[in-house]
Design a protein around this ligand. Sequence first.
Ligand code: GTP
Ligand code: MG
Length: 639
Amino acid sequence: MTSVIVGTAGHIDHGKSALVRALTGSDPDRLPEEKRRGITIDLGFADLDLGGVRIGFVDVPGHERFVKNMLAGAHGIDVVALVIAADEGVMPQTREHFDICRLLGVQQGLIVITKTDLVEDELLELVASEVAELAAGSFLESAPVIPVSAKTGAGLDHLKTALKEVSLRVPARASGFLTRLPVDRVFAMKGFGAVVTGTLVSGSIAEGDELELLPTHSRVRARGVQVHGKSVARASAGQRTAVNLGGIETTAIERGMVLAPVSSLRTTQILDVKISVLGDAPRALRSRARVRLHIHAAEVLARVQVLETGSQIAPGAEGLAQLRLESPIAAVAGEPFILRSYSPSRTIAGGQILDPLAGKHRGRDLAEVRRSLAVLTAANPAAQLSIFVAAAGDLGQRKEDLAARTGWENERLDPSLNEAISQGLIINCGGVFLDPKKYATLKAAALNEVRTHHKREPLSRGLARETLRERHFAHIPSEVFRTVLTDLETAELLVSEKDLVRTSEHVLELSGSDAALRDRIDAVYESAGLEPPALDEALQAAGLTPTQKTHGRKILQLLLDRQTLVRVQGDLYFHSRHLADLTAKLRKLALEHPSDPSLDVSAFKELAGVSRKYAIPLLEFLDRERITRRVGDRRQILK
Ligand SMILES: Nc1nc2c(ncn2[C@@H]2O[C@H](COP(=O)(O)OP(=O)(O)OP(=O)(O)O)[C@@H](O)[C@H]2O)c(=O)[nH]1
Ligand SMILES: [Mg+2]
């Protein structure tokens, strides 16, 4: 069974609702005020089973004051039935509704000339030629034109046949998109609570699903799902769907909200878009113009920033622009929208979202911005992703960011991501996708920072990894930093050693005089045994004047790095050879006294051959190294 949404369109009083009633037997005008005034105010709904094709009618108001309601229903339709009364012909809202359908990208439709019972054949022919003129060059150019009378029933069978034919030409809704149900109606059902209805744009909704209403991010649960007035286990894309929501009050829901899986979509107030201005718009669309943005069932106020030279888009022309919204909405790339002037409200343009989560372009090169946006208008998913990734700069994009931007599910997103990676359009840094130029810049900066460090501190073994992170990667996802380092290591440009990074060619090559100095310091400590002098004295003994001490300390650091010397306490350094000898002696003692491998301070002094001044720091060092352990005033030898 094919499900198709057919929307009516046309001027006030031209017989749209009467036609829907004549076809389906149910009156789409449900409000008392509509019945009293004999006009449609808000959207009406009715179903028709044509055998193999299930039609969900969305009947819209023709009154010019209610075009905003018309727009809330028009966004999701597959087929338009453009209704024109034979006795009036093409009127202002005939044109406006037709323009809206064109701008929203409706692909299928038919033209119904109603009230044929009121006119002579000649007038009918006149209207038919008017209609042909209107449709020329549009998606309705070769659409069937069907004269009917809702009053006499003439032509209705013909219309049903044509409706079925057109409906069967409607392609199935593409799969692989995140579930989105723009809400076009909210009501409370006694005993059930809040019910929302809408045309399920993409995905599916099943009973029990945990969902979220945007832009408020209210968590809700689908307690029940109905399609065409019948409960179903699951509603799918393209169906008129009603969902009974748990976890929310009816008063917290408004038309224009979007029902979607939890945390899948983002809200936005800046959109990059492509706009087509209507040929009969009264003036060009200029930057700073305040407009009404109608997108799916929502209406929000926005300011236009035209991204074309001259800052305007002339009537009949197309151009790129940014829309800054006065309140947040949930939208995805590719979605069509309508712009109406703020006052008087009239349809002036339509367009398509290129980037729903755009940033401000202030100060950026407009030609460059236009080049990027031009890529988004071409249907190349991998290239599209690369533009979103580039726009995110150093922060990059994760898969869920890209899903929220595109509305693509894994089935669509994964192959495009893989293609973008294999074409080198984006770099995968452990799940964070980065623009290749940005990535190269970060890599060069990291390498350069380490090189600079070596130049500045030739005697240092390397730069602390944390320092490098703070300098260039402080606000960037850690995955990126890790990937940059791994990459530089794989390319054998950098080497990581513990918490330091150095360039692979960095070796400590000491000048002849520094090497001699190092050997002298080494010798001073070597000959001092376990009773070494304090640092200042040692440096002096190695032949350094007080002004050369800073340099001496750097050389000493090299001996510490190589573990030739060991810092035992404060300014007290020992030669590692003597510490090793001492440890060996302690172990030997322990082996000789397996039942009580311990000694007191005076025994230690004797064993080590040192005075108390050295014995205490040494014992504390040995405790820290877990060679000994203090037990009362004795030391137990551990290993
Ligand atoms: N004689 C005749 N009258 C019709 C026909 N179709 C509709 N009407 C009458 O035209 C008037 C307007 O019809 P509606 O169906 O309410 O018109 P509409 O296009 O839905 O109007 P809005 O929703 O307000 O835009 C009503 O009084 C209908 O009875 C028809 O085929 N023949
Ligand atoms: Mg009506």
